[in-house]
Design a protein around this ligand. Structure first.
Ligand code: CP
Length: 341
């Protein structure tokens, strides 16, 4: 895969070698993300961070990642605050923003919209989520997290057993993660979803054709035994035809410490792309799991900065300049990286 100057639109662009390259560069970013050092390698560069759907971690972590490399960030956070609300096309918006920025990150509610935007852009575009379709950088940070969690247990990625729980129909993070995991050997996917919210048949067929095992479960307890990872997702209520329809599925699968202890193997890793729905009627990941050391959800969010820094560095071709523009941090940093959940 050629990174330099490329759009990052889909996990289909990646192979095992290019994933490893992202992870190697992400590892090199640890001193900067942990505030041991600062680098100004992207001084003068501008990121347009365009989010036409709500976001906390993707938007902020992309912005922080660019800032940590020394670049500036400009943001739009809603369609109604942009000229799209006046009828401007995605192509015209892309043409305009390419004159202002060196790279663009974009989230949009329509599947395929980021690719349409990128086709008209003169600078690289990174897909931060296009409707129910894909969320490639989330999948990369999830895979980076899985790799680290498994390494600490003396395991590799091949022969992974993973339970994917919740709304697998509309969950774009799951769609991208399933495809990325499919690059490894003989993955066992245990899909835990209501029949109406299952993973798209086409994806299941592709995974089976590639030699992976896919089993389908409609109860949580049947799906989460004998796996290395339980990856829980939120009901993507914003994608449903109506709120009433979405409400039918809220709270259907709730993982808490008692269920974990009774049904999961010891040290099963618990993941979630977040946000988790913590409202009483949902509680897909109960707060009583917060002290469970196998809960990796905030290690995932921390890793998001590393992976996004790596993608900026690779696409903007500055991986070999990061350290030569670095110096130690001279200001106070709380010891927030000493105890990492
Ligand atoms: N995981 C994720 O995409 O979170 P945000 O919606 O907060 O960006």
């Amino acid at each position: 895969m050629e990174f330099v100057g490329s759009h990052i639109l889909s996990v289909d662009q990646f192979d095992r070698g290019s994933i490893q390259r992202v992870f190697d560069v992400a590892d090199e970013m640890i001193p900067y993300a942990h505030r041991d050092r600062v680098t100004r390698v992207l001084e003068g560069a501008i990121l347009s961070n365009m989010f036409f759907e709500p976001s906390t971690r993707t938007r902020i972590s992309f912005g922080c990642a660019f800032n940590m490399l020394g670049g500036e960030v400009r943001e739009t956070t809603e369609v109604k605050a942009s000229a799209l609300a006046k009828g401007e096309s995605l192509a015209d918006t892309a043409r305009v923003l390419s004159g202002y920025s060196d790279i663009i990150v974009m989230r949009h509610p329509e599947a395929g919209s980021v690719a349409e935007f990128a086709a008209a852009s003169r600078v690289p575009v990174l897909n931060a989520g296009d409707g129910p379709n894909e969320h490639p950088t989330q999948a990369l940070l999830d895979l980076y997290t899985i790799r680290k969690e498994l390494e600490s247990r003396g395991r590799g990625m091949d022969y992974l057993r993973i339970a994917l729980v919740g709304d697998l129909k509309y969950g774009r993070a799951v769609h991208s993660l399933c495809k990325l995991l499919g690059l490894f050997e003989r993955i066992h996917y245990k899909l835990v979803a209501p029949p109406e919210l299952g993973l798209p048949e086409q994806t299941i067929d592709e995974l089976r054709r590639a030699g992976h095992e896919v089993s389908i479960h409609h109860t949580l307890t049947a799906g989460i035994d004998h796996v290395d990872i339980v990856y829980v997702t939120r009901t993507q209520e914003e994608r449903f035809p109506s709120q009433a329809e979405a409400d039918r599925y809220r709270g259907l699968f709730r993982l808490n410490q008692a269920i974990y202890t009774q049904h999961c193997e010891p040290n099963t890793v618990i993941m979630h792309p977040l946000p988790r729905d913590s409202r009483a009627q949902a509680q897909e990941l109960d707060d009583d799991l917060n002290e469970n050391p196998n809960l990796a959800i905030f290690r995932q969010t921390d890793n998001g900065v590393l992976v996004r820094m790596a993608l900026f560095a690779l696409v903007l071709d500055i991986t070999d300049q990061v350290h030569s523009h670095a110096r130690p941090v001279t200001w106070y940093t709380a010891r927030r990286f000493a105890r990492r959940h």
